[in-house]
Design a protein around this ligand. Structure first.
Ligand code: SAM
Ligand code: FES
Length: 348
C-alpha cells in the first residue's frame, strides 16, 4: 500500500500520537514523497502557530575545553589537536552586547563541560547579561550539571537550557559515550531542568553511529512523553580526530523528515534549523524551515575562536562576523518568504 506512511502522518497530525509499531512503519518505510507530504503538513502547522516568523538566537561558544570524551565530538578531551580556548566573563558580555546591537534578544551560552566555569561563575555572568539587557532571554547549554548548580543558575535568571539527550535508547547511548558517562544521569538532568522551570531542550544527531529505526522510535516516544519546549536535531557529521572519523554522515533527507515529524507531534515546540543542517547542504537551513523549523541560531562568538569550536568537519560560518551571520540569515529567510522576528520568542 503506497500511502500507508501518509495515512500514519495524517494520524499523527490528528491524534498527536503514534504507537511504537506505527513509528517503526513511518521511520522504516518512508520515501521522498512521504517526506514532502510531512513537510507540507509541518510547514502549515508551524505557520498556524508562528506565522512566517523565524526566531533567531545568538550563540556564544565561550569555551571548547571539555572533561568528557564523547566518541563523536571534535572537542572531546582526547583530541590533542584541538586548540583550546576560554572566553573571559567580560568577553562573553561583549559578545552579548554586540548581539543586542544586531537585534538579538536571546543569547545562548554554549561550551564543553568546562569545570573552570563554576555554577556560581555562570550565575554571575547570567545576572550581568540580564542586568544589561532585561528584555533578553538567556539560554544555557553547558552539558550535565547537578540539581543545585542548575538551581543557582536558574535563580540568577537563566530562562532556558539545551541538553540534547543524544538518544533515548540506553544501549545506543553506551555506544556513543565512554563508560564514565551515563544515560540515567543525562535523563535525570533533563528532569531536573523541567522541575526547575527551565524551558528545556532535548535532541539528537540523525545518523549517529549504531543508530537504528528502533532508536529513532524511542526518540519520538521520548519527545512525546517528555514534551520538551525545544528540540535540537541535526545530522551527525564526522570529525577527523575522533574515533568516528570514518563513519558516514547522517542523512540530510531523514533529518528534514524528523524535523517535520517533531513539528507535527508538538506544534508549539521551538525547532531550530541547525548549523549542522546548513553544513551538510548549502541551503539546509532554508529547507529545515520549509520542513517545519522555526528557529535559527547564528553564531555570536568572536571570529578569532570560531574555528576552534569545531564539533565536526566543515562547520559553516567560522569565517564570518556576527553582523555578517545576522544579515546572511535575514537574507536567506527573506528569499524563502520568511521574516526574522526580533523578540525573545518564548514557548507558549
Ligand atoms: N557540552 C554541552 C552538551 O553536551 O550538551 C554542549 C556542547 S555539545 C558540543 C552540543 C551538541 O553538539 C551535542 O549535544 C551533540 O549533539 C552535537 N555534536 C557533537 N558532535 C557532533 C558531530 N560530530 N556531529 C553533529 N553534531 C555533533
Ligand atoms: Fe553565518 Fe550565514 S549564518 S554566514
Amino acid at each position: 500500500m503506497g500511502d500507508k506512511v501518509k495515512k500514519l502522518i495524517d494520524k499523527l497530525n490528528k491524534n498527536k500520537h503514534l504507537d511504537r509499531e506505527e513509528w517503526l512503519t513511518v521511520l522504516g518505510e518512508w520515501d521522498e514523497s512521504d517526506r514532502e507530504y510531512a513537510a507540507d503538513i509541518a510547514r502549515a502547522v508551524s505557520e498556524g502557530v508562528f506565522g512566517k516568523k523565524i526566531y533567531i538566537r545568538g550563540i556564544v561558544e565561550f569555551s571548547n575545553v571539555c572533561k568528557n570524551d564523547c566518541l563523536y565530538c571534535g572537542i572531546r578531551r582526547s583530541n590533542k589537536n584541538a586548540q583550546r580556548y576560554r572566553l573571559t566573563d567580560d568577553e562573553i558580555l561583549m559578545c552579548c552586547d554586540e548581539g543586542y546591537e544586531y537585534g538579538f534578544r536571546t543569547f545562548v551560552l554554549q561550551s564543553g563541560e568546562d569545570l573552570s566555569y563554576s555554577a556560581k561563575r555562570i550565575a554571575d555572568i547570567v545576572s550581568r547579561i540580564k542586568k544589561a539587557h532585561p528584555d533578553c532571554a538567556v539560554t544555557l547549554s553547558l552539558g550535565e550539571k547537578e540539581y543545585d548548580e542548575l538551581k543557582l543558575m536558574r535563580q540568577a535568571g537563566a530562562d532556558r537550557y539545551l541538553l540534547r539527550h543524544e538518544t533515548a535508547n540506553e544501549e545506543h547511548y553506551k555506544k556513543l559515550h565512554p563508560s564514565d558517562m551515563s544515560f540515567s544521569h543525562r535523563m535525570k538532568c533533563l528532569e531536573d531542568l523541567k522541575s526547575l522551570g527551565y524551558q528545556t531542550g532535548a535532541g539528537i544527531m540523525v545518523g549517529s553511529p549504531y543508530q537504528t529505526i528502533d532508536c529513532l522510535a524511542d526518540d519520538m516516544a521520548f519527545f512525546e512523553s517528555f514534551r520538551p519546549e525545544m528540540i535540537g536535531i541535526g545530522p551527525f557529521l564526522p570529525h577527523k580526530d575522533t574515533p568516528f572519523c570514518d563513519e558516514p554522515k547522517g542523512s540530510y533527507e531523514l533529518t528534514l523528515f524528523l524535523l517535520s515529524l517533531c513539528r507535527i507531534l508538538l506544534p508549539r515546540v521551538l525547532l531550530p534549523a541547525t548549523t549542522a543542517l546548513g553544513t551538510i547542504r548549502p541551503n539546509g537551513r532554508e529547507q529545515g524551515v520549509l520542513s517545519g523549523a522555526n528557529v535559527i541560531m547564528p553564531n555570536l562568538s568572536p571570529t578569532a575562536v570560531r574555528k576552534k569550536y569545531m564539533l565536526y568537519d566543515g562547520k559553516i560560518c567560522t569565517e564570518d562576523s556576527s553582523d555578517e551571520c545576522r544579515s546572511c540569515i535575514q537574507a536567506r529567510m527573506k528569499r524563502i518568504g520568511y521574516e526574522v522576528e526580533i523578540s525573545r520568542g518564548d514557548f507558549k
